[in-house]
Design a protein. Structure first.
Length: 444
């Protein structure tokens, strides 16, 4: 009997014996810790015990059952809720009916289960499709979002090969992704296409992650978001952007033609300068976005001449000093005309500087060196070259050779040396050639 008492005392969970009168006959030390005795009670506090388990103990005594298992929570003295699985067992001892009560603390299991349930609720309520699949690519789990996005019932998905969701043309891509995930990699927000149950393809953004159990990858989770609305919005925005660009181009052409209709002697000059400047900028490696601003500035660089009287513009002889002052005001007039148009590039500033020169001898402000924008430097060279190879009221076309000789002779003084070198190379490679009629140039 002493051996049984020792076993009872050292059970790994609280245990006690009660008789039919609800008297505690024995209790091990864990039960004593859980219900500390008070007011001279023998081993544990009968009052605390009965407050907690009175109904359950009474019901078991009256049931006549040999055993019963229940679960119940307990608020201890530290205001911490603990959860227990309680086993009642009935047996005879010294001719009396006795009940043994064993308490197993299930708090951590209950917390873990609660956390699992909480996470499961989050997964289930997520609008994204969340699935997991095995190394053999059979779908293990699928949430409600997967049903809604892919159109399959959950029972139809579980156990099915994940390839039913992959378009035929993208299976090789998916194979490579899966292989990388099983090597321990992850892939975030991968944009691709998936197949709906009805056969249509739709765009998704997918995050893949390895599922790891005991340091071994046992599957893959794939969180898919249907991005059809976003793609539609992007395409609509792209179409709108293209239409705005077309509108901008038409507006720039209309402004450019305004001057050409007025000054027939320089018709086509701004367009020619724009092509030449763009060719130079492209071969110098300028950013395409900056090139857009340069092209627009070149198309409008002489717009300020609309303020100059035709008698001066078309004068076939040398201009007076006063007339030259009027001519030299056209970069400022051009800037002022365009200043309220919200270009995303410094178009007005480029136009204002296209007659400035590196040594400060240009106009209207005498800017020099780094004060002059790169775009304005390119525009300056293109403007001079096209002007020299074209007919003017006061002289015939001078030709491409003399034009190149003029700007090359002032390389590094008036004009940027790198720009002149690029121009020379383009002419040598016949990317810039004279027009057949002897006036103007062609850009290839």
């Amino acid at each position: 009997m002493e051996g049984y008492r020792a076993v009872f005392e050292h059970l790994p969970q609280p245990a006690f014996l009660m008789d039919a009168g609800y008297n505690v006959l024995e209790a091990n030390y864990l039960a004593e810790e859980l219900f500390p005795a008070e007011n001279g009670e023998k081993c544990i506090s009968r009052g605390q015990l009965m407050y907690w388990l009175a109904d359950e103990i009474e019901d078991f005594f009256e049931s006549g059952n040999a055993t019963r298992m229940i679960e119940k929570s307990l608020d201890n003295t530290f205001c911490e809720i603990r959860h227990y699985r309680i086993r009642f067992s009935r047996f005879e001892l010294y001719g009396k009916s006795v009940v043994a009560v064993l308490l197993s603390d299930t708090t951590e299991r209950v917390k873990a289960l609660s956390e699992v349930q909480r996470l499961a609720a989050i997964v289930e309520s997520c609008e994204d499709a969340i699935i997991s699949f095995s190394p053999r690519r059979h779908i293990l789990t699928a949430n409600k979002g997967a049903e809604q996005i892919y159109g399959y019932g959950r029972n139809s998905l579980l156990g099915t090969h994940v390839d039913i969701l992959i378009p035929e043309a993208l299976k090789a891509e998916h194979d490579r992704i899966v292989q990388n995930i099983f090597r321990g990699q992850s892939l975030h927000r991968h944009e691709t296409l998936r197949r709906h149950r009805d056969g249509r393809l739709f765009p998704v953004s997918i995050t893949y992650s390895p599922l790891i159990t005991e340091q071994e990858i046992t599957g893959i989770s794939a969180i898919s978001r249907d991005i059809s609305q976003r793609k539609d919005a992007e395409n609509a925005l792209k179409d709108s952007f293209l239409r705005l660009n077309e509108l901008l181009d038409e507006t720039v052409r209309a402004l450019s033609l305004t001057l050409e209709f007025r000054d027939v002697y320089t018709a086509g000059h701004q367009h020619n300068v724009a092509r030449l400047a763009s060719l130079i900028a492209e071969n110098m490696g300028m950013d395409p976005e900056r090139m857009k601003g340069l092209r627009i500035a070149a198309m409008l660089h002489d717009i300020g001449k609309i303020c100059i009287p035709m008698a001066i513009l078309a004068k076939p002889s040398q201009l007076s000093t006063a007339e030259m002052d009027i001519i030299r005001a056209h970069p400022t007039s051009g800037r002022d005309i365009l200043q309220h148009i919200p270009f995303p590039w410094p178009v007005g500033q480029i136009i204002h500087q296209h007659h400035e020169r590196l040594d400060g001898s240009g106009y209207p402000n005498g800017h020099a060196g780094s004060e002059i924008l790169d775009e304005a430097r390119i525009l300056a060279v293109a403007d001079v070259v096209d002007a020299m190879v074209s007919h003017r009221p006061y002289r015939p076309a001078l030709g491409l050779g003399p034009a190149l000789e003029e700007v090359s002779g002032r390389k590094g003084v008036l004009y940027d040396a790198d720009i002149i070198d690029c121009l020379t190379e383009l002419i040598r490679n016949e990317r810039i050639v004279p027009q057949r009629d002897g006036g103007g140039i062609q850009c290839r």
